[in-house]
Design a protein around this ligand. Structure first.
Ligand code: CP
Length: 311
């Protein structure tokens, strides 16, 4: 199924077969960039497309990645990255802000927001393609694509990769989107989390739950660290930080249990010395910065396909 002119809101919007053909295009873009530093053979660049990036929540990776991806293929961007610089400060609603920007007829919207049913309903009714750049605790589908692409790049013949999520699975939109996409790709899923941060949805019932990090690490091929999403806590999730660090932090000691050819991943941002110790970045199994690099090629491919620029 073509994604030309369509929105991309949920990671399950792509079938397993479609994901693989999409990843072939992502890989071609990556190879082309590394060999020629341009994409003239793969992307139509003689156009006047403009997209609006609306970030109602903070972002480093996703926002810059979309901007760089767009600009590399000749798409102009206009970005809202601080509510303080908009009429939201005068009482305009987020939905009215979105409708007004749509009235200026950008070719697509990229939206990050804190997760709100009314905003999601309004997005569904828009007449232009919308790409979800992170939506509360529910979805971050382009992160799921770049995570899956990075895993398959390292483990191309091993579709049954076992992926372990560690920590705040309950509030992580990355974990939700990853789960939906990874299941389509046939990955096996597991998690280890403090009781108050473990997932409660029945969709996680197929995933293996591990009592300890070392058991989970011994089982998995890929470990996905997650940030403690304390800004989303209601109060019921009291966490003793020292105990959390002792039991769930990915660091030199805990990662002794991960196999030699395992992958260490994290969607970022990570809280240094809490969910990840900084020395993990120099572990040869760590692919965190490759995830970030691949995010640009994934978003380039997505924009190119949705806006009809793919050659
Ligand atoms: N991974 C991710 O979404 O990071 P940002 O919040 O910095 O965009």
């Amino acid at each position: 199924m073509s994604i030309l002119g369509r929105s991309f809101i949920r990671s399950a919007d792509l079938s397993g077969e479609r994901i693989h053909s999409f990843f072939e295009y992502v890989l071609a873009l990556k190879n082309e960039f590394n060999q020629h530093k341009n994409f003239d053979r793969l992307v139509q660049k003689d156009h006047r497309k403009v997209i609006a990036l609306l970030f109602f929540e903070p972002s480093t990776r996703t926002r810059f990645s979309f901007e760089i991806a767009a600009k590399r293929i000749g798409i102009q961007t206009t970005t809202l990255d601080s509510a303080a610089s908009t009429s939201l400060t005068k009482g305009e609603t987020l939905i009215d802000t979105i409708f007004n920007i749509c009235a200026m007829k950008p070719d697509a919207l990229v939206i990050r927001h804190s997760g709100n049913k009314e905003v999601n309903d309004c997005i569904r009714d828009l007449k232009i393609p919308v790409i979800n750049a992170g939506d509360g605790t529910d979805e971050h589908p382009t992160q799921a694509l770049l995570d899956a692409f990075t895993i398959l790049e390292h483990r191309p013949k091993k579709e049954k990769s076992k992926v372990l999520f560690v920590g705040d699975v309950k509030h992580s939109r990355v974990a939700q989107s990853d789960r939906r996409l990874f299941e389509r790709l046939g990955f096996e899923l597991g998690y280890t989390a403090p009781e108050s941060l473990a997932p409660t949805e029945k969709e996680w019932s197929q995933a293996r739950s591990f009592k300890t990090l070392s058991e989970g690490l011994a089982w998995c091929d890929v470990v996905m660290g997650l940030r403690l999403q304390q800004e989303r806590y209601s109060g019921a999730e009291y966490i003793d930080l020292n105990s959390y660090i002792e039991n769930y932090r990915l660091d030199y000691n805990s990662l002794q249990s991960l196999k030699a050819d395992g992958l260490i991943m994290h969607p970022g941002p990570f809280v240094p010395e809490v969910d990840l110790s900084s020395d993990v970045l120099s572990d040869p199994r760590c692919v965190i910065h490759q995830q970030v690099e691949n995010g640009v090629y994934v978003r380039m491919a997505l924009l190119s396909e949705i806006l009809g620029l793919r050659k």
